[in-house]
Design a protein around this ligand. Structure first.
Ligand code: HEM
Length: 183
């Protein structure tokens, strides 16, 4: 949390303070989404050694990381759209550009995951919880388009693109004979 506050707090100037903070919240949110999908990818590829250690560590904090990812996404949206439209009087609170449409879909798909993130809902929903949380596969793809339509060569776009590709590859691997043969 302290790292997040420092990361968001260090600003070069006040000028578009909310824009820079909003960008940083979006970047952190995207990075956390990548972290959150890692255990699934590692498990499907049956990775060992340091990769398995990372999988176990992330798995332990996955709920907290997922919640932080969603809340940072909400902060990003409020700072870049809601605050300028309502307080400053420019722009609109809803998506007006294609890349914003993909960002909105990412955030909307994250809502049911956020609302069902507690241990209690996990116990109540049982298998349906696992099915519902598969929405994260779609979220990473939508986020990729949100970033790609803005700046295709940006590092965050490339990382999220690689994350989406690896996620897809791991799902294909799991459901093919190649993945099933190795115990
Ligand atoms: C979980 C959902 C979302 C994530 C993870 C996310 C992530 C990001 C990232 C990483 C960037 C690039 C930041 C940079 O250039 O430093 C960005 C930019 C942007 N996002 Fe999102 N986004 C999300 C949802 C949304 C939504 C719902 C909207 C509005 C409808 C939105 C509007 C924008 C805008 C306007 C920019 C460009 C900012 C600028 O040019 O400075 N995003 N987003």
């Amino acid at each position: 949390m302290i790292v997040v506050i420092i990361f968001l707090g260090v600003q070069p100037s006040f000028a578009p303070y909310w824009t820079e903070t909003g960008d940083k919240a979006g970047t952190l949110s995207a990075l956390l989404l990548l972290v959150v999908i890692y255990p699934g990818i590692s498990r499907r590829f049956k990775l060992k050694g340091i990769f398995l250690d990372a999988q176990i560590i992330i798995q332990t904090f996955r709920k907290e990381l997922g919640i932080s990812m969603y809340l940072l996404g909400v902060c990003h949206y409020f700072l870049l759209k809601v605050f300028p439209a309502t307080i400053l009087g420019f722009g609109s609170v809803i998506a007006t550009r294609p890349f914003e449409f993909f960002g909105t879909l990412t955030l909307l798909l994250g809502l049911p995951l956020f609302l069902t993130s507690s241990d209690w809902t996990k116990q109540v929903l049982k298998k349906n919880w696992t099915k519902l949380h598969k929405l994260v596969y779609i979220m990473i793809g939508l986020l990729f388009f949100h970033l790609f339509l803005q700046s295709p060569t940006e590092l965050s776009t490339i990382l999220v693109g690689l994350g989406a590709l690896t996620e897809t590859a791991s799902l294909v691997y799991k459901h093919t004979t190649v993945g099933k043969k190795i115990v």
